[in-house]
Design a protein around this ligand. Structure first.
Ligand SMILES: [Zn+2]
Length: 83
């Protein structure tokens, strides 16, 4: 009955290899979420006319085709620019 023993050994090795492959996949598989959850491809950035800080356009305040980071800078620049 050496053939049945050989078959048993073959199955044994197949099981070992399958387990090894499963273990290898488990080692390589776990990846954290992608580092950049790119909700928007590229948000347009604008520059504050007064202090020069860059900020997203939706947070900026437009005034006469210029952008400002805050209401204070908007008023300050319009006050100094137009006397
Ligand atoms: Zn500013």
């Amino acid at each position: 009955m050496s053939e049945s023993i050989g078959l048993f050994r073959l199955l044994f090795w197949v099981a070992i290899i399958a387990a090894a492959l499963w273990f290898w996949r488990r080692l390589k598989a776990p990846r954290p979420a992608p580092s950049t959850p790119d909700t928007e491809p590229a948000e347009p950035m604008v520059r504050c006319t007064l202090c020069g800080v860059h900020l997203p356009r939706r947070h900026a305040l437009p005034e006469h085709e210029r952008w400002y980071c805050s209401q204070a800078h908007l008023r300050q620049d319009s006050a100094t620019g137009e006397r």
